[in-house]
Design a protein around this ligand. Structure first.
Ligand code: PLP
Length: 372
């Protein structure tokens, strides 16, 4: 048996008819940038998230970038995030002109450790003052960071909060949707995401209508109305075709996330290999299970054995941010973030997408046990 990591082809069996209709609708309308589809998607995603305003942008990276700029982050500022994230989280901080400050993660949730955040902010605030401007917790693998203590620290030290909800469409924290707790929430619609389009796309959900209006200007050259530019902006718009596709897929997001949970239940129950540590779903979370990530002390050996048996796996992520060549200038060495570094050396993502069959998941479990 061959078990792929993901499959857009199989997804199309579920939603292909609606997706093709959406694409045809846009092409025939002759209107491709900032029109009815983007407006429609923004309204529908806003309703899905509980009513906060949503603005469609060019990608998840851009969603974080524009949210930071709208939150007042400027050249020379500092923004706190975690080392074990997709590098684009940090690319967005750099794009806003800020320097990333990193805090280690909680060993169970793999998300920002609020105690480490408090330590760092309490130590750095007296030195950096208002230049310590924002914090970007990452809802990694589809599970929210522990937002209550993070929000308390942010309020106490006057930090803007931008949730990186790129991997967490449909996830929840204590009954609230991922992305809706901070000043801004940033979503990615990269094709493999729980809610993915067929190209690049992203969205910002804003706590306030003023914040949403800022993002609307920033994504469109800074103009409030055509040819009247209020702020220095960018070109970062969700396009009409992608928005039409997202409208077709948003209707299915909850059903698809439910299927992900069914797949997780099988993995959690059936994997018997004693060297494997299974992921933990925190009490506070409805996990969106973008990725199902196990830990194994000899991860590379296990990945190779699974590849031989036809099971595709990936590593999210093999190198933490502070050990990436691009961030050498942060001057951080191996050992700086022990929890994130240990995770990077042991994590392995198993096949996870809503259309995986139960027999495929069971096959993956058997192969994991056979390679003990
Ligand atoms: C955690 C996280 N943040 C940010 C991004 C960036 O999103 P995009 O690829 O849409 O720019 C991604 C996805 O790649 C991600 O997984």
């Amino acid at each position: 048996m061959r078990v792929p990591f993901g499959s857009v082809k199989r997804e199309l069996v579920d939603c292909g008819e609606d997706v093709r209709a959406a694409v045809a609708r846009v092409i025939e309308s002759g209107w491709f940038v900032l029109g009815q589809e983007v407006e429609g998607f923004e309204a529908e995603f806003s309703a899905y998230l509980g009513g906060s305003p949503v603005v469609g942008v060019g990608s998840g990276t851009e969603a974080i970038h524009l949210a930071l700029v709208a939150g007042g982050v400027e050249q020379g500022d500092y923004v706190v995030t975690v080392p074990n994230t997709a590098v684009p989280t940090v690319s967005a901080i750099s794009a806003a002109g800020a320097t990333p400050l990193l805090v280690d993660i909680d060993a169970a949730s793999f998300t920002m450790d609020p105690d480490r955040l408090r330590e760092l902010v309490a130590a750095q605030k007296p030195r950096l003052g208002r230049r310590l401007k924002a914090v970007v917790p990452v809802h990694l693998y589809g599970q929210c960071a522990d937002m209550d203590p993070i929000m308390d620290i942010a309020r106490e030290f006057e930090l803007v909060v931008v949730e990186d909800a790129a991997q967490a469409s449909g996830g929840e924290y204590k009954g609230r949707k991922a992305g809706t707790m901070g000043d801004f929430g940033a979503f990615s619609f990269y094709p493999s995401k729980n809610l993915g389009c067929y190209g690049d796309g992203g969205a910002v959900v804003a706590r306030s209508s003023d914040g949403a209006q800022q993002i609307r200007m920033l994504r469109n050259y800074g103009q409030e109305r055509r040819y009247y530019h209020e702020v220095k902006g960018f070109n970062s718009r969700l396009d009409e075709i992608q928005a039409g596709i997202l409208r077709a897929k948003l209707k299915r997001l909850d059903t698809w996330n439910e299927r992900r949970r069914r797949i997780v239940a099988i993995y959690q129950e059936m994997i018997g290999n004693s060297l494997v540590r299974r992921p933990v779903c925190m009490d506070y979370a409805v996990h969106a299970w973008h990725l199902y990530v196990i830990r194994h002390p000899r991860r590379d050996v296990l990945a190779a054995a699974l590849a031989k048996r036809g099971v595709a796996t990936l590593i999210h992520y093999p190198v933490p941010v502070h050990l990436q060549g691009a961030y050498r200038d942060l001057g951080l060495r191996e050992g700086a973030y022990p929890v994130a570094e240990a995770a990077a050396s042991e994590v392995l993502s198993l096949p996870m997408f809503p259309q995986l069959t139960e027999s495929e998941v069971e096959y993956v479990c058997r192969q994991i046990d056979a390679s003990e």
